[in-house]
Design a protein around this ligand. Structure first.
Ligand code: FES
Length: 178
């Protein structure tokens, strides 16, 4: 994961991102995605400037940011885990996987591990229903995840301080190594 920007650098980047998106309201979502990609999260303090730029109320921008689970209001953890909580995954062991993750990390969904290094969030379908249960670790999708694979993935990501291994062009099924 990239190093966090200083507040001043984040302000500069945010202004540049907004400048690249004209004030049309259909540009709001692309701008929010670009902001989060560039800065890592969209702090509540940025909402007034975003609202002004798109001629919207603060409540409208806040509503969009909170409607989509993708958007974060605070700096992301070093490792970001999401577990699929939709039907196909739940029928294939996602509840057991969630219980294991909660025990391992010592936190509930929407929480963080005690040292703050790992966040745990729900997601609703990752397009891997035929290979459930699925999860993401940072920006990589993993399918057929067992508790043991969960542990291996997480250990790899934390040890290496880099994203877990993935296979180009599709989700990792983690055959042998990790
Ligand atoms: S239900 Fe989990 S990937 Fe579709």
């Amino acid at each position: 994961m990239q190093a966090p920007l200083s507040p001043a650098a984040a302000d500069t980047v945010a202004a540049a991102v907004l400048a690249r998106h004209d004030g049309r309201q259909d540009q709001l979502l692309p701008a929010l995605h670009a902001l989060q990609d560039a800065i890592g999260f969209i702090a509540p303090a940025r909402v007034p400037a975003i609202a002004r730029h798109f001629n919207l109320s603060r409540a409208e921008v806040h509503g969009v940011l909170t409607f989509y689970h993708h958007f974060r209001a605070e700096a992301p953890a070093r490792c970001r885990v999401t577990l699929c909580r939709a039907e196909a995954c739940r029928s294939m062991g996602a509840d057991r996987l969630l219980a294991h993750a909660q025990r391992t990390l010592g936190c509930d969904l929407h929480g963080r591990s005690a040292d703050g290094s790992v966040s745990l969030d729900p997601v609703y379908c990752l397009g891997q229903c035929a290979n459930a249960p699925a999860m993401t670790l940072d920006d990589a999708v993993f399918a057929r995840v067992t508790p043991a694979r969960f542990d291996a993935l997480l250990a790899h990501a934390l040890e290496a301080d880099r994203p877990a291994p993935t296979h180009p062009g599709g989700p990792s099924f983690l055959p042998e190594a990790v």
